[in-house]
Ligand binder design. Structure first.
Ligand SMILES: Cc1ncc(COP(=O)(O)O)c(C=O)c1O
Length: 473
């Protein structure tokens, strides 16, 4: 069956995520290899976003991962993690306790990142209940993405994701992210920005009442908002505030763990000392449906009391086949030395990314490891609030796809940001391809803006032309 037939069929019954039902048919991908995906026509595309920041190991290793799954299926295809346990799940918990920073030793498995966030919130809330305190609130940061289930959405800092579903779970409180730090020019200005943000966090804690706050959740590198991270003084400051007010510090490492920034966990790279780490995606390089909440001994303490019981669970958390695949993923990552490879290749990727900084449409390039953001500026003669529509009409994602590079432009707070996060096996040739494609697309968009074309109609005309050509061939 050819690509067009699959595209047609996809429109009948499949409900894609964050995709309009009435929108165009999707491109159909059928095969992967390393950093590349192949569509149903056999054309090769560079996956510059690790799909959803998750295919850390890339699109290969199917044979090994599949054999691990098969071996587990042959033994036992399923066992819940309620009353019983299974060797693969036990081994994975042991492995994670080994890999995480000291003290993070207890692992609760989930089926996803969002459910890991929710589980962490419940673990934190019940931790306080067991100690005789009713702390239920969670502080998170503006524009942060923590998942889309209704509980996790209460912590999500992205307004357009929250608003249709309000009222949400009570207790989500937002503070500033570290964008101000990212935009500061000098080290001294960054340090001052960190102090201002920490003061705001403290004022929020005091305003809300520390006795009501269970946790503060942060990503060591905040993806939404454009790969925001801050000097270690920020991490130390948050830890000190959490200690002062007895709040649990939760690191949402759903995308930053498992080598993405050159260590197994980004908390290590950025100086966070969390009480709980939340993770998912890279744990199996997305080849299995599995997430984990990794809890510090000090949080487990009240749960050790006789009669104490975490009132939480689900059917699939700790699924033996998913655990076996995750174990194999970690084994391969360790064998090929993935975090060290990322550290070794980061300067090259950074160099390519920073080479875009001088482009007239680029406001700032920032990132860490294999997580980069290219923030675009308002074209000179356009009003600031017109930036979003101009870049939306310019269809940068579509233009990059035409150049066989898959990535996304995000519009957090209406700021246009191109994201780059290739699989951790990507090398210089991939960095170069991504950079050239982005530069070409930005040149094209700049020419059109300067030429005064109405970007939307111009782009629509181009797409219509391509569609007609495709129908003819
Ligand atoms: C930081 C963070 N937390 C949570 C999630 C939600 O993960 P999932 O889509 O597996 O529920 C994501 C997804 O991108 C994420 O980036």
């Amino acid at each position: 069956m050819n690509a067009l037939a699959w595209a047609d069929r996809s429109q009948a019954h499949l409900w894609r995520h964050f995709a309009p039902v009435a929108g165009p048919a999707p491109q159909i991908f059928v095969r992967g290899e390393g950093s590349y995906l192949f569509d149903a026509n056999g054309d090769r595309y560079l996956d510059a976003l690790s799909d959803l920041y998750c295919v850390n190991l890339g699109h290969s290793y199917g044979e090994e991962l599949g054999q691990a799954a098969l071996a587990q299926y042959r033994e036992l295809g399923f066992l819940s993690t309620w009353g019983n346990a299974h060797p693969a799940t036990i081994e994975l918990a042991e492995r994670l306790a080994e890999m995480t920073p000291a003290g993070l030793n207890r692992v609760f498995f989930t089926p996803s990142g969002g459910e890991s966030v929710e589980a962490a919130w419940k673990i934190a809330r019940q931790y306080f209940l067991l100690r005789g305190e009713n702390r239920y609130k969670g502080i998170s940061r503006k524009t942060a993405y923590h998942g889309t289930t209704l509980g996790a959405l209460g912590l999500n800092g992205i307004d357009h994701l929250r608003e249709p579903f309000e009222p949400l779970l009570r207790g989500g409180v937002q503070v500033s992210n570290t964008r101000e730090v990212a935009l500061a020019d000098s080290a001294a200005e960054k340090a001052a920005a960190v102090q201002r943000i920490l003061a705001e966090v403290e004022a929020t804690i005091q305003r809300e009442g520390p006795e009501t706050i269970a946790m503060l959740i942060i990503e060591p590198v905040q993806n939404h908002g454009g790969m925001l991270h801050a000097p270690e003084s920020y991490a130390r400051g948050l830890r000190a505030l959490c200690d002062r007010y007895g709040i649990l510090l939760v690191a949402d490492e759903t995308i930053t763990a498992f080598g993405r920034v050159g260590e197994w966990f980004a908390s290590e790279s950025f100086g966070f000392d969390p009480d709980i780490i939340v993770t998912a995606k890279g744990l199996s390089s997305a080849h299995a449906v599995i997430g984990a909440v990794i809890v510090h001994d000090r949080v487990l303490e009240p749960y050790r009391e006789p009669g104490a019981l975490l009132q939480h669970g689900n059917t699939f958390g700790g699924h033996p086949v998913m655990a076996a695949v995750a174990l194999k993923n970690l084994e391969i990552m360790t064998r090929i030395g993935l975090p060290a490879q990322v550290r070794a290749r980061t300067p090259a990727l950074e160099g390519w990314m920073r080479s875009l900084a001088s482009h007239p449409l680029v406001a700032q390039v920032r990132g860490a490891g294999f997580l980069w953001a290219i923030e675009l500026r308002s074209p000179e003669h356009l009003r600031r609030d017109a930036t979003r529509s101009v870049y939306e009409d310019a269809d940068i994602t579509g233009r990059l796809r035409e150049r066989r590079v898959l990535t996304r432009i995000a519009f957090d707070d209406d700021i246009p940001i191109i994201n780059v996060a290739p699989p951790l096996v990507a090398e210089d040739v991939e960095f170069e391809t991504i950079t050239h494609a982005i530069r070409e697309v930005l040149d094209e968009v700049r020419d059109q803006i300067e030429g005064g074309f109405a970007l939307l109609s111009e782009r629509q005309h181009q797409l219509q032309h391509q569609h007609q050509e495709r129908m003819v061939t």
